[in-house]
Ligand binder design. Structure first.
Ligand code: ADP
Ligand code: ZN
Ligand code: ZN
Length: 747
């Protein structure tokens, strides 16, 4: 064994280990863990991250290669975050190099060096400060910039951009002599006087840009129960509109007063502009956003602002859970039940679960908020691991909606809507109200069929039907995104009698427009909100309050406030009741409850009409009569009886191949190995190999092997061994495999 200075480096590679390197040939100081280096790897030079230092290696020194160059002189990420990501890589069976690299912004992965040049900071000039409040009524953008600088003090161009100020506007005011750059520092010491200016301005200016609402007792209690020091998890359970966001805002205010930062995770930022605006309106300091809509540069800047502490509040989607914070103070996860917090490919981590681990390691509080908590979190609450805080009343005058179940067995449906429902819609519109129609299926129709021979359009690559999209004039596979032109004749019998079966949002929109021509029908789904700002524009139209119909998918369930919606119609619940995925009922209950929560949030009471062929299904009855909490307890009982999560921990090995046999055989062999390692018993079950619910996707047959174990630790060890076996034995080339720990989806 060689005894010398060795660096263990994480390198992007499918190999589940770190790699040893000698120090660079050119003399250098000790390299700290968390610094990036450039290393030779195979025939390439790659960017890696130093994880630790050691004085020995399993390999003889002459076999080791040297680090080519050192990229960072100081750690890019703090030790605690480095450890967290390594823990997550290990837990989710992701190679450490891949885990670390996927947690970094793209530009850092590529080796970009943090710019040492400090960004310019802008402030009002003497002249600008002397202006009256509304000095530029004809230039609203410039007026807005003046307002921001007046109330928030010194700003970087980046933070101004984040608040919607364009560089042109800034330039225009500089030209007018109203805004000037903060003089460049000439300080000799290392710390930039800019930072000092910023800190002083943060103190001089207050933390709040608007006054907080006086909390009602339950909110106050939730806030009081929050300790600012030490780790604990609060499960904040409150209907949509019960005031959870207000609790977050006031919790964050407390944290900011301690000079700490808040990390807020939300399911999808582009779809919830209202939430983001509320954070911006409340706080003077910088609120940074981290999400997939940013350019790589913007993302890197937001990451730096979080790391330097410049951003007091960092709001982001799933991957933001790995953002470094200079002074972590609290983590908040809004809509904690949302499936998007679990990554579905590559590094299959759950941002919610990683956040729990992070908060515990950083010794800070965590709030999980939801109207419809996941069964996992509820279970943790019931076991006393999380504190459950309930918000039951709605602030102000808003009241709980009324439920009405419409049995549609044998009913005549017009584009999916029954006569009593159409009457109800008509009445609401005549009263000047807004109506929301929920149908969780985008496109025009889910099936295209030949009326003469029965041919059905299926994807050539997947075991699914093609969805007809009328706007694109095409058929689209929702699994592999393959698009095909709409045929004008049946490919089997050449008949022109092709018919669309079933309803998608496009068809529903058409039907409603024809039935209610005097009222606008707005469609809200992934297709109609694809364009940037499209969601905001739709929301603006709804906000103007005029009578209209909104038709949309689950996007509508996500945290929007539509105070004038008085009727919510849910068209299709039956899918959720009869799905091969055991989580489908939980998702259905969450969706229905969330969508129903859009009704009657303003002055007017709301009604929810649920159309179903199974109105008397016990779960539907429980949900609509007793509410989500009771419904969730029923589901928990069912899960306990079936030995399913959260009562046991689940992992899925998936294999896919063009040959169904190779995929199934690989998993069959894996099961044999697994049973030798850990024999099945009451606590440990193996299921499979079975075809996945979606048997074929993108031309590949898909199988899965499910592992369920009461003992998380044992399951972990088993998974690690099985991955090692698969790595060594190299399954047939054409078989792709993956493992999904705590999987959220059976597909
Ligand atoms: P949630 O996050 O649970 O959906 P919000 O915090 O967004 O709920 O609150 C819903 C609405 O009620 C918002 O318009 C908010 O401004 C208002 N609200 C919240 N708390 C209070 C309060 N204590 N007093 C008055 N209005 C409140
Ligand atoms: Zn035909
Ligand atoms: Zn397909």
């Amino acid at each position: 064994m060689a005894k010398t200075c060795i660096y263990r480096v994480a390198v992007p590679s499918p190999l589940r280990r770190l790699f040893d390197y000698l120090p660079p040939k050119t003399a250098s100081d000790r390299i700290s863990p968390g610094c990036r280096v450039q290393v030779p790897f195979g025939k390439r030079l790659v960017v890696g991250l130093v994880v630790s230092q050691s004085d020995e290696s399993a390999l003889p020194a002459e076999k080791l290669r040297a680090i080519r160059s050192v990229i960072d002189t100081a750690p890019l990420i703090p030790d605690s975050l480095l450890d967290l990501i390594l823990w997550a890589g290990n837990y989710y069976q992701q190679p450490p190099g891949d885990a670390l690299m996927s947690a970094l912004p793209v530009l850092l992965r590529q080796g970009v060096v943090p710019s040492t040049k400090t960004e310019s900071h802008w402030q009002l000039s003497l002249h600008g400060r002397g202006l009256p409040e509304n000095a530029l009524p004809r230039a609203p953008k410039q007026q807005k910039l003046l307002g921001i600088l007046r109330s928030n003090g010194i700003q970087t161009a980046h933070s101004l951009a984040a608040q919607g100020i364009k560089r042109d506007t800034l330039r225009a005011l500089v030209k007018k002599g109203l805004v000037e750059a903060v003089p460049q520092p000439t300080g000799a010491n290392g710390s930039s006087p800019h930072d000092r200016d910023l800190k002083e301005s943060a103190v001089a200016h207050s933390i709040l840009a608007e006054s907080p609402l006086p909390l009602y007792p339950e909110q106050q209690q939730a806030l009081n129960s929050l300790e600012l020091h030490g780790f604990h998890t609060c499960l904040l359970q409150g209907e949509t509109g019960s005031g959870k966001t207000e609790v977050y805002l006031q919790a964050i205010e407390k944290i900011l007063r301690y000079g700490r930062q808040a990390l807020v995770l939300v399911p999808e930022i582009s779809l919830t502009p209202q939430t983001v605006n509320r954070f911006r309106q409340r706080f003077c300091g910088q609120v940074s956003l981290i999400h997939s809509g940013l350019t790589d540069r913007e993302r890197l800047q937001a990451w730096y602002d979080a790391r330097s502490g410049a951003a007091g509040v960092v709001i982001g989607t799933r991957s933001a859970v790995f953002t470094p914070l200079a002074n972590p103070g609290i983590i908040i996860i809004d809509e904690e039940h949302d499936p998007s917090f679990k990554q579905q490919d590559g590094f299959r981590y759950s941002a919610r679960d990683v956040a729990v681990m992070r908060a515990s390691r950083e010794q800070i509080p965590l709030i999980l908020g939801s109207a419809t908590p996941s069964l996992e979190s509820l279970y943790n609450g019931l076991r006393g691991r999380y504190r459950i805080q309930r918000l039951s009343s709605r602030p102000g005058s808003a009241r709980q909606p009324r439920w009405r179940l419409l049995d549609i067995r044998r009913a005549k449906l017009t584009t999916g809507l029954s006569a009593p429902l159409l009457e109800a819609i008509d009445q609401e519109l005549k009263d000047g109200n807004q109506v929301l129609v929920f149908l969780n299926r985008r496109g025009f129709a889910p099936t295209l069929m030949c009326h003469d021979c029965g041919w059905i359009a299926e994807c050539r690559h997947c075991a699914t039907r093609m969805t007809v999209h009328r706007q694109r004039r095409a058929m689209l596979c929702h699994q592999c995104e393959q698009q095909q032109p709409l045929p004008d004749r049946c490919p089997q019998c050449s008949s022109q009698a092709l018919v669309c079966l079933g309803q998608g949002t496009e068809r529903c929109e058409d039907g409603l427009s024809a039935l209610f021509p005097q009222f606008p029908v707005l469609r809200v789904d992934r297709d109609s909100t694809r364009r940037k700002q499209a969601m905001q524009q739709l929301i603006d139209r709804v906000d103007d309050g005029k009578a209209c119909i909104l038709v949309g998918t689950q996007i509508l369930a996500k945290g929007h406030h539509f105070p004038n919606v008085t009727l919510v119609a849910i068209l299709d619940t039956d899918n959720g009741l009869f799905s091969p995925d055991f989580r489908a009922t939980e998702r259905m209950g969450q969706l229905i409850t969330q969508v129903a929560g859009r009704a009657g949030r303003g002055e007017k009471p709301g009604t929810v009409i649920l159309q179903s062929h199974h109105c008397d299904h016990p779960l539907i009855t429980r949900l609509t009569r007793d509410g989500y909490a009771a419904f969730a307890r029923d589901l928990l009982d069912e899960r306990q009886r079936a030995g399913l999560p959260p009562f046991r921990h689940m992992a899925i090995f998936r294999a896919e191949s063009e040959s169904a046999e190779s995929a199934r055989d690989m998993l069959g062999r894996l099961r044999q190995v697994a049973e030798l390692e850990a024999s099945p018993g009451p606590a440990l079950t193996y299921l499979g190999p079975l075809p996945s619910p979606l048997e074929k996707r993108g031309g590949r047959y898909r199988f899965q092997l499910i592992l369920l174990d009461e003992n998380r630790h044992r399951l972990q060890q088993l998974l690690t061994r099985l991955c090692a076996v698969l790595d060594n034995d190299k399954p047939p080339r054409q078989v792709r495999w993956s493992v999904d720990v705590d999987s959220q989806d059976m597909v």
